[in-house]
Design a protein around this ligand. Sequence first.
Ligand SMILES: [Ca+2]
Ligand SMILES: [Ca+2]
Ligand SMILES: [Ca+2]
Length: 295
Amino acid sequence: IGTGWCACNLSLSGMYGSLCSPNFPEPYPRDMQLRWNVSVPDGFQIKLYFSHFDLEPSYLCEYDYVKGEVLALFCGKEQTDTEAVPAQQALTSPRNSLSLLFSSDFSDEERFSGFVAHYSAVDIDECSERSGEDALCDHFCHNYIGGYYCSCRYGYRLHSDNHTLECSSDVFRERSGVLSSIDFPAPYPKSCECLYRIEVEDGFRLRLQFDSHFDVEDHPDVSCPYDYIKIKAGSAVFGPFCGDRSPGVIQTDSNVASIVFHSDSSGENLGWRLGYTATGESMSRCCKQTHSWEL
Ligand SMILES: [Ca+2]
Ligand SMILES: [Ca+2]
Ligand SMILES: [Ca+2]
């Protein structure tokens, strides 16, 4: 099959290569079907073009043809005015393999020398190829030759699922403070899983007050299926909260609260902010004096 420099192999797996019709540049045999399977490593696709093309022309290429999977069907002579010759058109495979079929029928009206094709592996730009909810990364996407990787903003961790931004603050230990969604009042990032923890001395009770500006993605019928904020204080759970109505004031009976904020992979909402205060007495002061030791 083929002559010397090209197309001896029907299975090609190099990063580049050439293939041509059998006997090239002599006329190709009649009544023949040949299939080349080209494959390149994951993360690449195949670009193939023809440097020579001379096949028997026919209506809809029903006599002799070269077919690249569902991508293209070619026949005819380069110098003639047919639309079926590949000319400068390159075939690009969607994945890392390409199957090319050559077929000739039982007759030829004149001599046709066949074709020569060349392929090379080209990088798939995973970052620009898929966007929106199909995007491979929800935060930052970095393309490189043969692959891609995801990252997220400085100071945060990316979950091993490549999508979720994990954030957890230091524990808030002051008797009052303010916390908010990332970037508030600008839209919070998508795919976040954030944990905030407030811990003041025993005996105090935490009181949380949400800003009136509150905007967390919601759903008209289902309770907070997309994004939500949830608060746990002692044995009490508050929320989930979402929508555009501020939850207002939450009085807890606990000196410890954890606040979980979750956002899904879409939407643009402004988020939330809350201030907290601790009311009550520090127990540590009163109880230290009650210790007595009798030996
Ligand atoms: Ca023919
Ligand atoms: Ca790539
Ligand atoms: Ca969302």
